[in-house]
Write a protein that binds this ligand. Structure first.
Ligand SMILES: Cc1cc2nc3c(=O)[nH]c(=O)nc-3n(C[C@H](O)[C@H](O)[C@H](O)COP(=O)(O)O)c2cc1C
Ligand code: SF4
Length: 441
């Protein structure tokens, strides 16, 4: 059931993106910022958890796990530390929402971290940020400093001085696997970033073996709105099981790519229309609903509501709403070959199916892209990918198999053509380039 009118945008986190100096505390407060924290600090922590549970907010980092429920998994306080760790490692190909959000509206995250820490009883929270984004790192440091100087976080703040919070912003060294929550925790502790065996889950033994909540940037930044406006306000947007607003990032062959914050349940057809349509003279060939790790979809899926359940039923995953649009000039084999290079490069090497399998798939994809494929290669890809998916230690292995399997499912002919004809002959690069050599559109 959709509660919001079709085709409606709901700018909440992105509302101030075009405001002058949108990233400053002054602008954020002028627009009602920190009202959510003010209200949360008058409530019992358990009531804050219940409010977020009632809002139906689901994790925006990919898996869509209910946020309030995750918080409630922490064991009762035992006098020792408990942590919130924000996952800002965003690096999935196509995914580009957390970094713009941090750049334009960092106080939404700082306020969300303060409310979340109050709710879970944490006094020290961390942001694990992708280190290459130095400008975002600086902006986040400044936002934390502003909040501390304004007495919004720090020691003995809040109405009766009962709230203590320090925030540490940590810049990672740039590895996709460090976005996996347990590899992230190892990296934050100074170890090599590789996934941990679960259980124990981070809620029980996370950072420094203490109870820890790991949440995505957009999940945490969505919390202030819920506290300021109430869970009813949030559930009035979206669908029954995928509530609220979310950032949909459209890239590729549309006229105006960008961020579109909309209720869950909006369709790709509506979003493409808002993005000015497919570039003139071309038509849609395929798209991803949530980055390179989600099975590709085609024109027949344009009216699927973009909520967790409907996209799952359509055979894919909503994940991070990284909507990459490819028109008919694009070689599916070439795109999937680049993604396979990425997964092979980012495989952490801990388990055999992913370490060996991604390397093998990369070699096969390269010969198909070059028109030198063997007649057995398409079936070989299906076999190797089936031995990675579901048999790897973490979801990176599954992610590497998905594009190959869905690519062959929808475009097997193109893969088979790779046994005789290079992709560059079938689909010249120039035809799919968005910019010409002079950099013009
Ligand atoms: C290889 C890999 C990379 C990931 N990268 C990210 C990331 O960059 N950001 C993120 O929030 N979650 C990422 N995740 C998902 C996290 O493990 C985790 O589910 C998420 O941070 C939980 O937050 P949420 O419940 O708020 O969505 C990744 C998972 C895997 C397997
Ligand atoms: S699936 Fe890949 S990334 Fe994950 S543990 Fe195994 S080798 Fe490392």
């Amino acid at each position: 059931m959709t509660f919001t009118d079709p085709g409606t945008l709901t700018p909440v986190l992105t509302d101030a993106f075009d405001a002058p100096r949108s990233w400053t505390l002054e602008t954020y407060r002028d627009r009602g910022g920190y009202r959510g924290l003010e209200r949360a600090l008058t409530m019992e922590p358990s009531a804050v958890v219940e409010t977020v549970k009632a809002s139906g907010l689901r994790g925006r980092g990919g898996a869509g796990f209910p946020t309030g429920l995750k918080w409630s998994f922490l064991p009762p306080p035992d006098g020792g530390p408990r942590y919130l760790v924000v996952n800002a490692d965003e690096s999935e190909p196509g995914t580009c929402k957390d970094i713009p959000l941090l750049l334009a509206n960092p106080h939404a995250l700082v306020e969300g971290m303060a409310i979340t820490s109050w709710a879970i009883g944490g006094e020290h929270a961390f942001v694990y940020l992708r280190g290459e984004t130095v400008h975002v790192y600086r902006r986040l440091l400044k936002a934390v400093r502003e909040a501390r100087e304004a007495g919004l976080i720090g020691q003995g703040v809040g109405p009766d001085g009962a709230f203590n919070l320090e925030i540490t912003v940590h810049a990672g060294a740039g590895a996709y696997i460090c976005g996996e929550e347990t590899a992230l925790l190892d990296s934050l502790e100074g170890l090599r970033g590789q996934p941990r065996l679960k259980p124990p889950f981070p809620a029980v033994a996370g950072l420094y073996a203490r109870p820890t909540v790991v949440n995505n940037v957009e999940s945490v930044a969505s919390v202030p709105g819920i506290l300021a406006n109430g869970d009813d306000w949030f559930t009035a947007m979206g669908t029954e099981r995928s509530t609220g607003h979310g950032m949909f990032s459209i890239s590729g062959h549309v006229v105006n790519p960008g961020q579109f914050e909309a209720p869950f349940g909006i369709t790709m057809r509506e979003l493409i229309e808002m993005a000015g349509g497919i570039r003139p003279g071309h038509r849609l060939k395929f798209w991803t609903p949530g980055g390179s790790s989600t099975p590709i979809l085609t024109e027949e899926h344009l009216d699927v509501p973009l909520d967790y359940e409907s996209v799952g039923q359509a055979g894919s995953m909503l994940a991070t709403r990284a909507l990459q649009v490819f028109d008919e000039t694009v070689s599916v084999v070439r795109v999937i070959s680049r993604w396979t290079d990425f997964y092979q490069h980012e495989s952490c090497g801990k388990c055999t199916p992913c370490r060996e399998g991604t390397f093998w798939m990369k070699q096969v994809m390269h010969r198909l892209e070059d028109g030198r494929g063997l007649p057995t290669d398409v079936d070989l890809l299906l076999e190797v990918s089936a031995n990675i998916a579901g048999r790897s230690f973490c979801a990176l292995g599954d992610a590497s198999a998905t594009p190959i399997q869905s690519g062959i499912q929808h475009f097997r002919d193109e893969f088979e053509a790779g046994c005789t004809t290079p992709a560059r002959e079938l689909f010249p690069y120039e035809a799919s380039a968005i910019f010409d050599k002079a950099g013009a559109l």
